[in-house]
Design a protein around this ligand. Structure first.
Ligand SMILES: NC(=O)c1ccc[n+]([C@@H]2O[C@H](COP(=O)([O-])OP(=O)(O)OC[C@H]3O[C@@H](n4cnc5c(N)ncnc54)[C@H](OP(=O)(O)O)[C@@H]3O)[C@@H](O)[C@H]2O)c1
Length: 310
């Protein structure tokens, strides 16, 4: 397939581009930066320099382009999301960004659209012991500052599933980790004993970025129209356990425990590390996409992540 990829230069995009090409797909990557475009062009990827939040410019940039599919992997979390406002740019990419990319899909004649969604769309609270499936209600109304995130995740999926003449698929990715900037930042913090171990601890669902990229190619090729898929590994883990595994991978001393009251100073990070207890089933993705995580747990996945370089 010929694929337009928004987010081609990002953490997931950088792993996804070579996998798409290895699977025989042709990639047209989008970026706002001429430098990053040049780097990918040198690697043989066609690039367009454009901001997906500017609908007119986006349609102009793709004017002469024909494609079979559009993949939306544009996010703007930039580092550690401590406060709610650190997510607002990504919220906008999940509302207006998605609308613009669906318009672009129509203009290039694409019939498939794969969008990046997020496992915490199920809600930043305690979901109990049962592993949630995709049939569980997604993006229910959120309390206070959470509603903006829920609204954007709701909108991203609804637009994707409702687009006329387009087979829309949403991938509810777990917490990314792997040989990528954020994980390395966490490892560096652990090495300086600055990575807090939450007490009490929430429960989270990690996914190695290589497995997230493999699932994305599988969804592009085999995903069913109008469907969402949980893209997480086989082992939900207490956030404290994830922190301990990151510290171990960094050969760092045991992290210091940070009492709940101190983490409350960063409300979004508190919700991520303490307030949310969630387990997800990835059976549907395995069954329908023929996908299997290479790293069933973050213990295996982190073993291969080194602080510096590859
Ligand atoms: N599920 C998860 O856990 C999850 C999800 C997302 C991110 N993260 C983490 O958060 C960290 C930072 O991520 P990030 O969100 O800043 O993503 P990132 O990995 O840096 O990638 C963001 C991508 O989106 C593109 N993009 C953003 N806004 C755009 C716009 N207006 N127009 C065109 N393209 C646009 C960027 O392109 P250009 O900058 O080249 O224009 C880039 O390719 C990552 O290391 C990652 O681990 C985690």
């Amino acid at each position: 397939m010929r694929v337009v990829l928004a987010g081609a230069t990002g953490t997931l995009g950088s792993v996804l581009v070579p996998r798409l090409r290895a699977a025989g797909h042709t990639v047209v990557g989008l970026t706002r930066s001429a430098d990053r475009a040049r780097r990918l062009q040198d690697a043989g990827v066609q690039m367009r320099v454009v901001d997906v939040m500017d609908e007119q410019r986006l349609l102009e940039a793709l004017d002469s382009c024909r494609a079979d599919a559009v993949i939306h992997q544009a996010t703007a979390i930039t580092g550690m999301p401590l406060r709610h406002r650190d997510l607002h740019a990504t919220d906008d990419l999940r509302e207006k960004g998605t609308a613009n990319l669906l318009r672009a899909a129509e203009s290039v004649g694409a019939r498939r659209f794969v969008t990046q969604s997020f496992f915490l769309g199920y809600g930043y609270h305690d979901h109990g012991e049962t592993a949630l499936t995709e049939d569980h209600p997604f993006a229910p109304p959120g309390k206070g500052a959470f509603e903006r995130h829920m609204r954007s995740m709701r909108s991203n999926e609804r637009q994707t599933f409702a687009a006329t003449g387009i087979e829309g698929i949403a991938l509810r990715y777990g917490l990314f980790y792997g040989p990528e900037p954020s994980t390395r930042k966490l490892m560096a913090m652990a090495a300086r004993r600055m990575l807090p171990m939450p007490r009490p601890s929430g429960i989270t669902c990690p996914i190695h970025i290589a497995d997230a990229a493999a699932a994305t190619v599988a969804a592009l090729e085999r995903g069913r129209a109008g469907q969402a898929y949980n893209i997480v590994d086989d082992n939900p883990i207490p956030f404290a356990g994830f922190v301990a595994a990151v510290a171990k991978a960094a050969n760092a001393p045991a992290p210091r425990t940070l009492p709940d009251c101190l983490l409350r100073a960063t409300p979004y990070m508190h919700a991520l590390m303490v307030g949310t207890r969630i387990r997800l089933s990835n059976e549907k993705a395995k069954r329908e996409l023929g996908w299997e995580p290479e790293y069933p747990s973050c213990h295996e996945g982190l073993r291969h992540v080194h602080m510096a370089g590859k």
